[in-house]
Design a protein. Structure first.
Lengths: 395, 290
């Protein structure tokens, strides 16, 4: 008897759970619209994910302060996936179960890619805030994933333009041993090869390497005109920059990816003068008036030590774009948000050069309208000083 | 070959050596491979940087606090983790080893929660212009690390040879049961070994963090480096970790220089396998009178 009662209670509980989950795609309650946020607070991407997630929350607060969307407040429902591709889909399913109209990802690209089938199955749009990995929007299961950052392929074209602008004919690439950078470098090297620029040295080190003097000594012997440091950031980036400063001749132009600009804590780790003159692919310039608006919002939401990064601007832009889409379609149902995003055209982004816009169609979820979402930014001393004078990509 | 490569070997070798010495002291005093040594070093470096950059402490005060944290962590590992397990399981080695490995990850995650999960810059204890050595130059943090390493090894060697406690540590290391039968204060000696080990590991982390910063995940890699340096150098002398550390650094830095980037991992793996298979006691072994 007790066993039968237990089974009935269990069945009832399961039924309730399923019913609640079934109602999950409704876009929150009457007063709120749920924005899902899959973040990394404990894994390898925690450093940058937390910056981006904080910016998403600040942007949502700003939208709510201004009256919300469709008269409803946005509510962020988030969870940590540790950038773990095996754990991330479960986290995302739970967030979708909470009624998310759209899910934003600030976690690692590998985890984002692992969520494609989840979004496809749930028919909820997914928006990686900073990822540039084209695999996110490549079939299969890519109908509900939207990229807003400039893809690696377009970044490759931008780099070629920069190399040509300074007459660099011989390039060396320094990288780390992560799969993320291996995939990125393949795309980048294709673009450099196609442009007829010679890659004279390619060196690699572990992200937790103790020393890279050997790698830089080999690069020095190859006599490159420019060196591109292509890492996920963190300690290996600092190690490369510090060692390059000691080993390479001063006239070798150093380039880097966005990581160095988006991790201000790295700047203090670099030796005096090690970053001076370094050019990296940033995404913010105050020449873009919308970036200035985003900066004001982020500065108001943070303390005096705050330094704006590309991630902040991209997060602000993503929230504004989603809010616009919901406003335009008049519904927070995931299917309607998906349709509205698919018809987004010429959305003036809050990052990139002033002309940079984001557009999607049903068949094309690579949102960046050209490479001018990239802003080549130069370091003066130990901090970025603004857009690089020598070259900027056009749209 | 660039002179900068030699300076790098010395710098990295000093760090590996200090970590290996920290391993050796606990191995002698407590017969335990303390894999939490890397996290002690990480905690000292991270705490120092956090106190300076976030709370505005003077570097010296922050460094002392960082060292104190490393010492406390080492003492707690002994008293609260290893001793209770050994007491309950009659000195079985494997459970203590597993517990120490768990402590490694516990300290890492705790440090991430307390200090944050980003990278922190190392804090130079001394500031002066780089010293030119031909076409290379040695920076102030490099000189500090080198001088500190030489001083630590000399002091520990002197302490082991000249002080009563040091001689007792060697006696315990040679034969724990005999030391117990002779009435030596094995428990106190073991505590001192842990504290000294924490202090040296903390100093190593503090002085090496300048190289590329420190984060809460640094501990595991630092543990592995220290362990490998000990495996290569052996346990037969206080100077063995120094030799092991320098050789490990030479392999790590010269192999990618001569054979390409991918060679470093293979070379270290090969060296480790060779030592495990052919000379598991390392280069310098202890001769015990019987």
């Amino acid at each position: 008897m007790k066993r039968k009662l237990g089974l009935k209670v269990g069945a009832a509980a399961a039924g309730c759970t399923l019913a609640l989950a079934g109602c999950g795609g409704g876009g929150g309650g009457d007063d709120t619209i749920v924005i899902g946020l899959v973040e990394d607070t404990s894994g390898p991407g925690a450093a940058y994910s937390q910056i981006t997630s904080a910016a998403v929350r600040a942007a949502v607060d700003k939208v709510n302060e201004e009256g919300g969307v469709l008269g409803r407040q946005l509510e962020v429902v988030s969870d940590d996936d540790s950038s773990d591709p095996s754990r991330s889909p479960t986290v995302t399913r739970r967030i979708i179960g909470e009624g998310a109209s759209v899910v934003m990802f600030t976690t690692g690209s590998g985890a984002v890619i692992a969520n494609k089938s989840v979004m496809q199955e749930a028919e909820v749009p997914g928006l990686p805030v900073t990822s540039a990995a084209t695999q996110v929007i490549e079939d299969p299961d890519a109908d509900y994933m939207y990229l807003q950052a400039v893809t690696t392929a377009k970044q490759g074209e931008a780099f070629v333009g920069a190399f040509e602008a300074i007459d660099a004919e011989k390039i060396a690439i320094l990288s780390d041993d992560t799969p993320t950078m291996a995939a990125y470098n393949e795309v980048l090297k294709d673009a450099i090869d196609e442009a007829g620029i010679e890659i004279v040295a390619e060196e690699e080190a572990a992200t937790d390497a103790a020393d890279v003097t050997a790698q830089l000594s080999r690069v020095e012997q190859a006599e490159p005109d420019a060196v591109l440091v292509s890492t996920v950031g963190g300690q290996i980036e600092v190690l490369y920059q510090n060692t390059a400063n000691k080993v390479l001749p001063e006239d070798v132009q150093m380039f880097s990816l966005s990581s160095i600009g988006n991790q201000p804590q790295l700047w203090g780790q670099a030796d005096s003068g090690a970053l001076d003159g370094l050019v990296y692919v940033g995404a913010i310039t105050d020449e873009n008036p919308r970036t200035k608006e985003a900066r004001e919002v982020m500065e108001a939401a943070n303390d005096d030590d705050y330094v704006m990064t590309d991630y902040d601007a991209q997060a602000y832009s993503a929230v504004k774009m989603v809010a616009n889409a919901i406003e335009e379609t008049g519904s927070a149902e995931p299917a309607d948000v998906h349709k509205a995003l698919n018809s987004t055209s010429g959305f003036e982004a809050y990052y990139g050069l002033p002309d940079f816009t984001v557009s999607y169609t049903e068949d094309d979820h690579d949102g960046a309208d050209g490479a001018c979402g990239v802003v080549f930014t130069v370091f003066d001393g130990s901090e970025p000083s603004g857009a690089w004078d020598e070259y900027q990509p056009s749209c | 070959m660039s002179p900068q490569l030699f300076l790098s070997i010395i710098e990295v070798g000093c760090f590996f050596s200090l970590l290996a010495l920290s391993f050796l002291l606990v191995l002698d005093g407590a017969a335990v491979f303390n894999f939490a040594i890397g996290p002690y070093a990480m905690a000292a470096g991270l705490a120092t940087s956090w106190l300076v950059t976030r709370l505005g402490y003077p570097v010296l005060a922050a460094a002392l606090a960082g060292l104190a944290i490393a010492v406390v962590l080492a003492a707690v590992t002994d008293v609260a983790v290893i001793r209770p397990i050994e007491a309950r399981l009659g000195g079985a080695e494997l459970p203590a080893l597993v517990a120490v490995a768990a402590t490694l990850f516990l300290i890492e995650q705790a440090a991430g929660t307390i200090f944050g999960r980003g990278d922190f810059p190392g804090q130079p204890l001394l500031g002066f212009e780089p010293i030119a050595l031909g076409s290379a130059a040695m920076s102030a943090p490099q000189v500090t690390l080198l001088v500190a390493t030489v001083a630590v090894f000399a002091l520990v060697a002197w302490w082991l040879r000249a002080s009563r406690t040091g001689r007792m540590l060697r006696a315990v290391g040679d034969n724990k049961h005999a030391a117990q039968l002779l009435g030596l204060p094995v428990s106190r000696i073991r505590g001192i070994a842990f504290i000294l080990s924490g202090l040296i590991a903390g100093l190593a982390g503090l002085l090496f963090a300048h190289k590329s910063g420190v984060s809460f995940t640094s501990g595991l890699q630092w543990t592995l480096w220290g362990f490998l340096a000990l495996v290569i150098g052996g346990t037969g002398s206080v100077w063995a970790p120094l030799i092991g550390g320098m050789l490990l650094a030479a392999v790590q830095i010269l192999s990618p220089y001569y054979f390409g980037s991918a060679a470093a991992d293979y070379a270290i793996l090969l060296v480790a396998l060779l030592f495990f298979a052919l000379r598991p006691s390392g280069l310098i072994t202890r001769k015990v009178r019987t």
